[in-house]
Design a protein around this ligand. Structure first.
Ligand SMILES: Cc1cc2nc3c(=O)[nH]c(=O)nc-3n(C[C@H](O)[C@H](O)[C@H](O)COP(=O)(O)OP(=O)(O)OC[C@H]3O[C@@H](n4cnc5c(N)ncnc54)[C@H](O)[C@@H]3O)c2cc1C
Length: 490
């Protein structure tokens, strides 16, 4: 008589886990085969892959709660994931294969929109662009915006406190959120979905969860602030002498337009060159690429500012032209390309929003996502040019970024064929860039978060007292350490 081989304990535990998850969300929403898991366990650039016991895709908050309750009792690590466009390595599991990946993608219902309160209640899996188009049909505007809008989801935007290009006028995701619903590690549902603008009733748990990168709980829904949809936008690329000149221009435009600047992006020559090299199909605006340009967008929400005059120009466009004329007079601006149609506006934005793709295509590099006080950006970039060149002679530095809010996506590329040298000096370059940041009053992580990629920086540069408090908060809210372990907190 032949005996069937005994299952190992681990296999038993795995099949119990899968059975339990299937009982909660149904078989088709528990993915265990490698081929089904690939898109969830591979990060956005495609160079890192994790392992998961299962990818589980709940349909509603109650299912998330049951999954978390089960994970809590079995001490199973959980990695929440929304659009998986995060670039800090926090949205995929580690290599242990212990975690379940909890995808919010099926939770994409818009629960409510109030035109009069100018709020929308959305589930975590709503794609950012879907929120845009939904509210725009009602003449409203949700200003969070960046290149990944077609894939990233509001749960991930909140969990990372995403920034993007409109922060100069509207703030970060945190500033755009009035309330959240979250499932805590033990499965408890915390309903803070208020649409209140004032609500001083104890600790601000909403803001604790926002920016916590999946380490404290699962955000399942949010109440977001909406704004009047701009009726006219003016977009241009202006050539400035340097970063300080760009900042002077920003302040001039803000003063002359009553703070109508929606975006103010730094676009140096090296960026246009990279775009031409890797994305040659994109239309380039300059025949002679200037050393430094800024992408400026201003917007008007009033009819008075958006109405075409008899001479064929809107008041908001006239304002921009007037400011640029003044700026030419005072040598602040030496050239400008103004979009004269929505198609041209889109061409300019495509260039800016393709920056990450072109940078990634250029190959090995050291990338920084840093924040600086606006008046320190120029000096910092100048200092880094010298410092990094001394470590890696001939290195190419690319300071692209959201200049309007002081966020630089600063990239260091090696000279051609010197990637080995870049690797050799990577630690020195990081130390040289991060080291002086605090004396400039800057931050080593502006908008992308810590995830798995910046744990060493957290240890080295975060205030030790703040780190200790964070660890206590984590221990209190997630005593078993099951929420996105090994991410954000070193
Ligand atoms: C082309 C491109 C451009 C980008 N530009 C910008 C930019 O300008 N500004 C910017 O800030 N970012 C930018 N990013 C980074 C990224 O898009 C943002 O971080 C975005 O907010 C992540 O959203 P997501 O839905 O993809 O989240 P994910 O990648 O799925 O997750 C990100 C983190 O949040 C956690 N998380 C996800 N969902 C939840 C949830 N429901 N509850 C709790 N935790 C959760 C994850 O565990 C992970 O730690 C860009 C990315 C790309 C690819």
């Amino acid at each position: 008589m032949r005996h069937r081989p005994q299952k190992k304990h681990g296999d038993d535990r795995l099949s119990t886990l899968i059975e339990k998850l299937v009982a909660i969300v149904g078989k088709s929403n528990v993915l265990t085969a490698q081929k089904d898991q690939t898109k969830y366990i591979t990060d956005w650039p495609g160079d890192k892959t994790g392992r998961a016991r299962a990818v589980v895709r709940p349909a509603n908050t109650q299912e998330v709660s049951k999954i978390m309750e089960f994970a809590y009792h079995t001490t199973t690590p959980v990695v929440p994931q929304s659009g998986n466009t995060g670039v800090a390595g926090g949205s995929i599991p580690d290599q242990s294969g212990d975690a379940i990946l909890l995808s919010l993608e099926r939770m994409n219902i818009i629960r409510d929109i109030s035109r009069s309160a100018q709020t929308i209640v959305v589930e975590a899996g709503c794609v950012l662009e879907t929120i845009h188009t939904t509210v725009e049909e009602l003449g409203l505007f949700f200003p969070l915006n960046f290149g990944a809008r077609g894939s990233c989801m509001i749960g991930g935007n909140l969990a990372t406190n995403a920034g993007g290009s409109n922060v100069v006028r509207y703030g970060n995701t945190r500033d755009l959120c009035l309330g959240i619903e979250a499932v805590m590690p033990d499965g408890e549902i915390m309903n803070l979905l208020s649409g209140l603008h004032k609500n001083n009733t104890g600790y601000d748990l909403r803001n604790l969860l926002i920016g916590s990168e999946g380490t404290l709980g699962v955000i399942t829904a949010a109440t977001l602030k909406l704004f009047p949809l701009p009726k006219a936008r003016e977009t241009c690329l202006a050539t400035v002498n340097d970063i300080s000149g760009g900042l002077d221009l920003l302040n001039l435009i803000q003063a002359e337009t009553g703070g109508a600047v929606e975006a103010f992006e730094l676009m140096p020559k090296a960026l246009f060159e990279l775009l031409a090299k890797h994305l040659p199909h994109l239309k380039q605006p300059f025949t002679d690429i200037p050393e430094m340009s800024v992408l400026i967008e201003i917007a008007a929400t009033s009819d008075a500012d958006a109405k075409m005059s008899e001479s064929g120009i809107t008041p908001i466009a006239q304002k921009l032209e007037n400011v640029l004329a003044d700026a030419f007079e005072s040598d602040l601006v030496t050239d400008a390309v103004i979009a004269s149609s929505e198609a041209q506006r889109s061409e300019i934005w495509t260039l800016r929003e393709s920056a990450l793709e072109a940078i990634t295509a250029e190959g090995e590099r050291i990338g920084f996502d840093i924040a600086l006080p606006l008046d320190a950006v120029h000096e910092f970039v100048d200092e880094m040019a010298g410092t990094v060149d001394r470590i890696l002679p001939g290195a190419r530095m690319l300071p692209v970024g959201h200049l309007g809010d002081g966020n630089l996506h600063y990239t260091v590329f090696p000279k051609e064929d010197e990637t080995a040298n870049l690797r050799k000096h990577a630690a020195d370059i990081k130390a040289a860039v991060y080291g002086p940041l605090s004396s400039y009053g800057g931050s080593f992580s502006a908008e992308h978060g810590i995830g798995a990629n910046k744990l060493a920086e957290m240890t080295a540069f975060k205030d030790p007292a703040a780190l200790a408090v964070m660890r206590r908060v984590k221990a209190a809210l997630d005593p078993k350490g099951i929420m996105n372990p090994g991410r954000m907190l070193p």
